[in-house]
Write a protein of this length. Structure first.
Lengths: 585, 592
């Protein structure tokens, strides 16, 4: 039952692969054509050889004139074969790598439009391994398949035809014995598919683990966790070893098994051929030709079976990549979606309901009205779900029901791009791209001039540390800003927003790892930046909170109070309590 | 590769048996043309049916024996290859565990991950193929040549000429393509890096609407990779046709020579057929070999890159024994110099320059912390606060001066012994996929639930963990994505507390907590019965205000050291920081 399902899935995957190949039909035709040439020429050689052998009967019985003639023919055919083979290989290479490129491109493009929920809930290592390792394995399989499958099938057909023209009964022997080889190969391939799949899954698990541990090596070492990490790794690694051994060994049985069938074929040809030759049915040259055909005819069966296992493996990998490519993307922007252009910044939320997990409602019937230019402070005890608000405002996640509007436009009828670029965002987690400082700052405004960048960097007080770096603004920063301190990274992120200054701002505990002195300066810059801009600030600083027009007090994912500093104090509720406790320490 | 091969130890049996059985199989295969020649010359020549039948029986017997040998060989090869790869992954992973922070900074994590995954896979493939085929093919080639000699020396000379020629071509193409494959791998690394970066930065990329630019940049590296692959492919695609042409030319020569020899009565017609068979056997093996070489070149390139990681000498040996021997004098001297018994941590004129950095990150830092004290470190961004605390568990080595823990140089400790004294809470609140319990057990695998809850309570995390439907068994996703920043920070603090360390270091690790929670947390830690030495690195004056001593850092140097009150009088930098915070407080109208 499950194997039927597996094969239908395989067929499905195969169909998708073919769709990718279609684009390169010209190369495909060329490859097929030259495959036909090379096979035909290759098969012609044994006939010529056989003819030549028949001219060499014995002492003094050699027909040199005919041999001379045959040999000249052979040389031409040999050279043509070589050329055809090369062209075919080159075409196959081209097709394979182009298809790989296309698949990688699509996988990457799909990642760009997958809902963040998907990205958040999948191990990055696992996704990376699909785009990289799986595609690579697939390429190997595809290339092998291309180069050998066509020629294999053609050789089998060609040999059959040639053999039939020489002698029917020997051909029949060959035809009856060889399918055994196919049967054996198919049987093994079927049995090993699951082993390969298990291997691929275990490998993904290991990659995820390795990534997590290596990326956080510092924590691992700080806790002396090395040995335990190694133990856990070994557990996965041993499992991988075990299933890898099974997959490798059982799939490698194909070769010996088919080779054995070949030797049966060879013997069969020898036997019937010799018996017929004894009765004068065929010449020795023809028998010799048959013997080399028996080799050539069965060899593709070996190869095909090898290719079949390889293709199985490749298909399993491709299946995993396609799974990613076909993952439901976020809902596309409506066709008539409004493009927000410099919105005034009026934000409304009406009857918003939201939860990450269906069973655990988080935000219930939430309403909010923000006038352009107002400041909204989101406060509450740690872990009360403040970042959820950002996820909703930026439309990283969609609400379950209710609506959110900017300038009266429902954000679900606005292009995501224009909505998001209308916000300037500084997140709690800083993220920088490998590249120069300059490139990172100009991320939101790639055409910015050096002057503008300098101005922004000075405004965010990042300039003083940047200019001290070895190459200033051209300093290369490693992956995820590796060589910068947390505070410096944050300053860069702030500069990035400073530079494009969108009409609305979202600041998420942005200044938490910057020292107070620097922070004061940044606060000033922020104050300037926030002037006339609707701002949402997740903050703990009292000053920010007090100056806010609206304070949202959150607890356990829900907004429990809403108002300004005075009104909330007067209400003497949770906020008043929270406020009083700020100065315990 | 050579160095890696030593890890094959223990698989010696497999490595010998696999090729051995392959060779046995090959020998039986080599007899086949000879037997066929007999069938032609004696069976057909003498019109003897029983002879033909007997010979065919032998052929089948050879096939059965060959099959048995081959399956045995496959098994040993798979065992050796998979076992080798499994061990290699183990070794590489444990080697990475031993690398120091500055080693890791230099190599980069994505490189390490590729080495451990796809590179080792390629090596496994390569080893498997080598054991199965690499010896078999040359054996058949030379075996066929030897068999040819047994038939006719003159005709065999063709084999003697063509085989070296073929080797030159095969190895020539290999020599050209190996460096190219290495380049392909670098290209692949670039594509990998782009993908990873894109995933970690998904939020920011979308916030800036940069999906398209990201995509274009990805395409750029993607295309560069493919261009390279196609180029290399063209070169390796030469292998098959060239070898094919050469071997068939040899065949033509063989026919001509054979014709002459038969005409002179030196050999029989059947023997010519046998010779032709040997030539085609060589061709088949060469094609296999050529295909194999692609796998092997790839595997070699990968093996070299794995080796280059293995070659990184861990900067800090795990055990301090070597140093102890060398520095005996130094040690005794240190003992005399121990200023006071109850000093938990001492920094003696410490300076630190990071590898590859132009300037010192810390300059002449000098202080002492008494057992059970609370020590605050405050200063601007990049002033070196983290650098100071990173020296205590010896994440980095000082370039000048000494760091002493309990009166002993940290470099004289066994690393694990030193680090087990210390509970470290880092700036980045990192959690691992697994349950909350599993994460807390990092601190101490033996801790029971009661101890875990105690730690959570001190870390002010009890409440939210209790609210989770599964409590301690709540699953944390990779990187702790399903928790807020503050929750993560408190869990990392709890994790450190579970160790019951002598020293707890909190490197700006309460930044995502609100003031109230932060204050409660500090209160809870200082109220602990067995008092820990507490080091708090913070941006907030309020977090360090009550500390017994505060170190004020400015640009890697100490700007002041003392209690808050003392510093307010003497230290300008501290006054400024404190003042700025105080001003905020005053505006709030709250009494301090």
């Amino acid at each position: 039952m499950s194997s039927i399902k597996a094969t239908s899935r395989q067929k499905d995957t195969l169909r998708k692969v073919l769709r990718y190949i279609k684009k390169y039909w010209l190369y495909l035709i060329a490859s097929l054509l030259f495959a036909v040439f090379s096979v035909a020429f290759t098969l012609y050689i044994p006939i010529l050889t056989g003819n030549a052998v028949d001219m060499i009967i014995g002492e003094g019985q050699v027909d040199f004139v005919s041999i001379n003639h045959i040999i000249r023919k052979m040389i031409i055919v040999i050279i043509l074969t070589g050329i055809s083979q090369w062209v075919m290989n080159a075409c196959n290479n081209k097709i394979t790598f182009q298809v790989v490129q296309d698949i990688r491109r699509e996988a990457f493009a799909r990642i760009q439009i997958l809902p963040l929920k998907y990205v958040d809930s999948h191990g990055h290592g696992e996704l990376v391994s699909r785009v990289i390792a799986d595609v690579d394995q697939f390429a190997d399989g595809l290339l092998m398949g291309f180069t050998q499958l066509f020629t294999g099938v053609l050789t089998i057909l060609g040999t059959l035809i040639f053999m039939l023209t020489v002698n029917v009964s020997i051909t029949l022997v060959v035809v009856f014995v060889t399918p055994v080889s196919l049967f054996v190969a198919a049987f093994i391939a079927k049995k090993t598919f699951h082993m390969f799949k298990l291997q691929s899954e275990t490998r993904g698990e290991e990659t995820s683990f390795v990534e997590e541990m290596i990326e956080n090596q510092k924590v691992v070492q700080a806790f002396g966790y090395e040995q335990r990490a190694l133990d856990q790794f070994d557990e996965i690694n041993d499992r991988l070893g075990a299933c890898s051994l099974r997959a490798t060994f059982f799939s490698s049985l194909t070769n010996p098994a088919t080779r054995f069938v070949n030797s049966l074929v060879y013997t069969g040809v020898g036997l019937t051929g010799a018996l017929i030759a004894i009765n004068g049915g065929i010449t020795v040259g023809q028998l010799s030709c048959f013997l080399s055909y028996a080799n050539q005819y069965t060899k593709p069966f070996n190869e095909i079976s090898g290719v079949v296992t390889e293709l199985q493996n490749a298909l399993a990998c491709a299946g995993r990549v396609f799974e990613l490519i076909e993952e439901e993307p976020q809902k596309a922007d409506d066709e008539d979606a409004v493009i927000l252009k410099n919105p005034d910044g009026q934000v409304d939320m009406q009857h918003v309901e939201f939860s990450y997990v269906p069973q655990q409602p988080l935000i219930r019937d939430f309403n909010l009205h923000v006038e352009p230019g107002q400041r909204v402070a989101i406060v509450g005890p740690t872990g009360c779900g403040k970042t959820t608000m950002i996820n909703l405002l930026m439309r990283f996640y969609d609400v379950n029901s209710g609506s959110i509007q900017v300038d009266g436009h429902d954000i679900y009828h606005v292009t995501r791009d224009s909505l998001r670029t209308s916000y300037g965002m500084v997140l709690q987690e800083t993220w920088l791209q490998s590249g120069t400082i300059f490139e990172n700052i100009t991320m939101g405004k790639p055409d910015a001039s050096m002057e503008e960048v300098l101005e922004a960097a000075k405004a965010s007080h990042a300039h003083s540390f940047i200019k001290r770096l070895p190459k200033g603004y051209d300093t290369l920063i490693g992956e995820d800003g590796g060589n910068l301190s947390q505070g410096q990274k944050q300053l860069l992120c702030i500069t990035r927003v400073m530079l494009c200054l969108p009409p609305m701002l979202i600041l998420d505990e942005a200044t938490s790892s910057i020292d107070t002195r620097t922070e004061i300066k940044i606060q000033e810059a922020f104050a300037r930046m926030m002037q006339g801009r609707t701002s949402f600030i997740v903050a703990h600083r009292l000053s920010t909170i007090q100056e806010a027009d609206i304070i949202l007090v959150m607890k356990d994912g829900n907004i429990i109070e809403q108002g300004n500093h005075e009104s909330l104090l007067a209400a003497n509720g949770f906020y008043a309590n929270l406020y009083a406790s700020q100065f315990v320490g | 590769m050579k160095k890696l091969l030593k890890h094959m130890k223990g698989y010696g049996k497999e490595c010998v048996l696999a090729p051995l059985f392959k060779m046995l199989e090959a020998i039986f295969e080599l007899f086949v043309p000879l037997i066929m020649a007999r069938i032609i010359d004696f069976g057909i020549g003498n019109q003897s049916q029983p002879y033909v039948l007997k010979m065919c029986g032998i052929l089948i017997a050879l096939g059965v024996i060959g099959l048995t040998c081959s399956i045995t060989a496959q098994y040993f090869a798979a065992r050796a290859a998979v076992g080798f790869a499994t061990r290699l992954r183990h070794l590489l992973f444990s080697h990475v565990q031993s690398l120091s922070f500055s080693d890791m900074d230099q190599v980069g994590t994505s490189t390490l991950i590729t080495r451990m995954t796809s590179d080792i896979n390629q090596v496994q493939n390569g080893v498997n193929m080598v054991l199965r085929l690499f010896l078999r093919s040359p054996f058949i080639v030379f075996g066929a040549m030897i068999m040819a000699f047994t038939i006719d020396v003159k005709a065999a000379m063709i084999f003697v000429v063509i085989i070296p020629l073929l080797s030159i071509v095969v190895f020539g193409i290999m020599a050209v393509s190996i460096p190219l494959y290495r380049k392909v791998q670098t290209g692949l690394d670039r594509v990998l890096k782009r993908t990873r970066e894109n995933l970690t930065g998904a939020r920011v990329i979308r916030a800036f609407g940069k999906e398209d630019t990201e995509f274009e940049e990805f395409q750029e590296s993607n295309q560069a990779l493919v261009k390279m692959q196609i180029f290399v492919g063209k070169i390796s695609a030469l292998m098959n046709p060239v070898t094919y042409v050469m071997i068939n030319i040899a065949l033509v020569v063989l026919i001509w020579t054979g014709a002459l020899r038969v005409n002179a009565g030196d050999i029989s017609q059947g023997e010519v057929v046998a010779l032709v068979n040997y030539i085609s056997q060589i061709l088949v093996e060469l094609i296999k070999l050529a295909n194999l070489i692609v796998t092997i070149t790839k595997a070699l390139a990968c093996a070299n890159r794995v080796q280059s990681v293995m070659d990184i000498e861990p900067e800090m040996p795990k055990y301090a024994s070597e140093r102890k021997v060398n520095n005996l004098d130094c040690d005794t001297e240190a003992k005399i110099n121990i200023p006071e018994e109850n000093n938990q941590i001492t920094f003696e004129h410490v300076s630190l320059t990071y590898k590859g950095a132009g300037a010192e990150s810390l300059t002449d830092i000098d202080f002492e912390i008494k057992k059970g004290d609370t020590f605050g470190i405050i200063g601007g961004t990049g002033s070196g606060k983290s650098s100071v605390v990173n020296l205590i568990p010896r994440f980095y080595d000082v370039t000048k001066g000494r760091v002493l823990v309990n009166g002993k140089d940290v470099r004289d400790y066994d690393l694990n012994a030193l680090r087990s004294k210390i509970g470290m809470v880092m700036q980045n609140a990192v959690l691992f996929s697994g349950t909350i319990r599993q994460n807390l057990l990092w601190g101490n695998p033996q801790a029971d639930d009661k101890q875990l809850w105690e730690a959570l309570e001190i870390a002010q995390a009890k409440e939210f963990v209790e609210q989770k439907s599964k409590g301690l068994d709540e699953v944390i996703e990779q990187g702790g994505k399903n928790l807020s920043g503050g929750q993560r920070q408190r869990l990392t603090i709890a994790r450190a507390l579970v160790r019951k360390p002598e020293i707890i270091i909190m490197d700006d690790s309460a930044s995502a907590l609100d003031y109230a929670t932060d204050a409660k947390l500090r209160q809870a830690i200082t109220n602990l019965e067995d008092s820990m030495t507490v080091i708090i690195v913070s941006q907030r004056a309020s977090s360090v205000r009550t500390a017994n001593q505060i170190l004020v850092l400015d640009d890697g140097a100490a700007a002041g050291l003392g209690t808050s009150d003392e510093l307010l009088k003497t230290c300008k930098v501290y006054k400024e920081i404190y003042g700025s915070q105080f001003k905020i407080d005053k505006k709030g109208g709250a009494a301090v």
